[in-house]
Design a protein around this ligand. Structure first.
Ligand SMILES: Nc1ncnc2c1ncn2[C@@H]1O[C@H](COP(=O)(O)OP(=O)(O)OP(=O)(O)O)[C@@H](O)[C@H]1O
Length: 611
């Protein structure tokens, strides 16, 4: 059953895929077995080819006579009813443990409809250990007598708030774990297992995402320790059919909220798998907590848990898995990426894996490396958040608790739902219909089978790579400014050109730091048309405005269009974390402004100048 670590990594990363897509069809419960409904047969069929090898392909289909679903759905691997959690552990988790000791983080996320076996797989019970327990057992055996120690954090994301499950009153708890029995006590304590499996409760368990973070720390002779790597196990709230109001499930608005939060996370995973240069971390609280484990070479597995009997969410879950599996990593510059990615999202279409070419792997690696850069360096994935740093922020150094990781090197900052929302928090797609239709990561969540389609559940993430015209304009401006600076003119990027760009600079234009002294007469505007010349003026205005945001006092900020008290104080907070948080207009989106709002704000600024 065990697959070697090298085989496992081959099966994921050789094909440029960052996310391993696994399914599990859960066993029947005693109740199901007792009822006649099952006939002891799962409704999902699994067919495999290239069994066990790194290029194994697995297809799922429904044995559903009543609805004529003939589709096949691809996954990397599917665990069937006769396989237990220990099989999943030895194939999926065990090979990763040594990599965590080598400094990589790994994340295992269970996604599925209600009662599909997520908790059973991740946490398990005291009788049937889940992956968390099995991993801890293995890790503790590895660290025994060595120079490492293990701590755990457990947290819950409920209604967009994050709670520390080990002690909700304290900002952060990391508990050292010395033995499996100690961990077992902690992991199955009443406050953590709120499922009504053992006692009959009148209260429904709350629907939330729950996560276990196992941290491996290296200790030195002086007794100080340093984080080496971590393993995350996430048990997501069950995907709900928001249209169906059931007695035993959450109400419609709660279902919608849960699904929205699931969608936001899936969009992040989807963007990572597609190698998007922009990943919508900002839209998902959970993704933010996990952010430092999701980029670069860190390993992500998505386990899609499936009910063996037909349940309304199963088709949606399988569809989602298959789409994630078939995402073609983007390896080209933004203009062409737009096409590649939107094609990857078209419902029901199948995509073949990209051929293994040296060039492709190189650029994939380049992008992965970029996503590992500190936030300040990788502006595009910059997530500026307000609030305490719950996990990973405090580390014991020389026996003292110190805030060692800052925004610069640790994006794992947790927001207690108070990103400034005074004026408008999240970039809602409704504001800009064009974005909605272009957004492939939104589409990926739609159920092709229609029965689960929820209007209210449309994902609200703006995928920045599908950027609205403003960012294209900014790129043009930036390139133009470069041409003002250098003797070799840089051509304006043609947004309609879909050819692969050679220059990384064109993909990620860097805003010059120096404020430009414009000499229009000397500019490279050969045609001399007024509109071309004003491009430079526009950029100068933008630079001045950004400089203002980076330096103005609170009162000055408050007196500016589009900035009220809440936003002004948030700007000051951002400036405390980074001396120059606004380097381009794109950064204004961190203030909760859509690109359209940024544009309107700039218009107001110009108006103010002439009023
Ligand atoms: N592989 C399995 N074999 C046997 N029983 C299972 C298996 N997986 C899950 N079950 C049983 O199915 C039921 C639902 O499982 P579980 O609570 O893990 O679902 P869930 O997806 O976490 O549900 P929710 O979305 O409500 O949190 C439980 O009674 C559990 O014991």
């Amino acid at each position: 059953m065990a697959l070697s670590s090298s085989n496992l990594s081959k099966s994921c990363s050789n094909l440029g895929e960052k996310v391993r897509v696994i399914a599990r069809i859960r066993g029947f419960t005693d109740q199901e077995l007792a009822s006649d409904a099952t006939h002891s047969k799962s409704m999902i069929s699994v067919s495999k080819s290239g069994k066990g090898g790194p290029f194994e392909t697995v297809k799922l289909s429904f044995d559903d006579q009543t609805s004529s679903r003939k589709n096949e759905y691809d996954v990397d691997h599917c665990y069937q009813q006769n396989e237990d959690t220990a099989d999943i552990f030895s194939r999926e988790i065990k090979p990763l443990i040594s990599r965590v000791f080598d400094g990589e983080n790994s994340t295992f996320i269970a996604f599925g409809a209600r009662d599909s076996g997520k908790t059973y797989t991740i946490q398990g019970s005291e009788e049937h250990f889940g992956l968390g327990m099995l991993a801890m057992d293995d890790i503790l055996k590895t660290v025994e007598g060595g120079k490492h120690r293990v701590t755990v954090s457990m947290y819950e994301v409920f209604q967009d708030h994050i709670y520390d499950m080990l002690d909700p009153r304290n900002p952060e708890i990391q508990v050292p774990v010395k033995s499996l029995s100690e961990f077992q006590k902690l992991y199955f304590s009443d406050s953590i297992s709120n499922k009504p499996t053992k006692k009959i409760t009148l209260e429904l368990p709350r629907k939330s995402h729950k996560a276990l973070m196992i941290n491996i720390l290296a200790c030195d002779e002086k007794g100080s320790s340093k984080l080496v790597g971590k393993m995350n196990f996430v048990d997501l709230a069950g995907y709900e059919n928001a249209r169906r109001n059931t007695i035993d499930g959450p109400n419609i608005s709660e279902s919608t909220r849960i699904n929205k939060s699931l969608n936001a996370l899936v969009n992040v995973i989807n963007a990572l798998n597609a190698n998007e240069s922009r990943v919508p971390f900002r839209e998902s609280k959970l993704a933010r907590v996990l952010q430092d484990s999701l980029g670069g070479n860190n390993h992500i597995s998505m386990l899609f848990c499936l009910n063996p009997l037909f349940c309304p969410g199963t088709v949606h879950v399988v569809t989602l898995a298959s789409r994630l599996k078939n995402i073609k990593p983007a390896v080209v510059c933004s203009a062409s990426k737009k096409q590649t990615n939107s094609s990857a999202s078209i419902s029901g279409k199948k995509y073949t894996k990209p051929p293994l070419s040296a060039n492709k792997m190189d650029s994939t690696r380049k992008q992965q490396t970029a996503s590992r850069l500190p936030l300040s360096a990788n502006k595009k994935t910059n997530t500026l958040v307000k609030g305490r740093n719950l996990f990973g922020g405090i580390e014991e150094v020389n026996g003292k608790k110190e805030q060692t990781l800052t925004m610069e090197n640790n994006p794992t900052n947790i927001v207690k739902s108070d990103i400034p929302d005074g004026d408008s928090t999240v970039v809602h797609v409704k504001e800009d219909a064009s974005v909605k239709t272009q957004n492939n990561t939104t589409e990926i969540l739609d159920d092709v089978n229609d029965d689960n389609k929820e209007k209210e559940n449309d994902c609200l993430v703006v995928n920045d790579s599908q950027s609205p015209p403003l960012s294209v304009k900014l790129k043009e401006m930036s390139n133009y400014l470069k041409s003002l600076n250098s003797s070799t003119p840089v051509p304006l990027h043609d947004s309609t050109n879909t050819q692969v760009c050679k220059s990384v600079d064109i993909m990620e234009p860097k805003t010059p730091k120096v404020t430009h002294k414009l000499d229009i007469s000397n500019s490279n505007c050969q045609s001399g048309s007024f509109s071309k010349r004003t491009t430079g003026l526009k950029q100068a205005l933008v630079q001045n405005y950004l400089h203002f945001l980076n330096t103005a006092t609170e009162d000055e900020l408050k007196g500016t269009s589009g900035i009220k008290e809440k936003r002004a104080s948030y700007i000051l907070e951002l400036r405390e974390k980074s001396p120059e948080p606004f380097k381009s207009l794109d950064d204004l989106q961190e203030l909760g402004l859509s690109s359209k709002q940024v544009k309107n704000m700039m218009k107001e600024v110009v108006k103010d100048l002439f009023s």
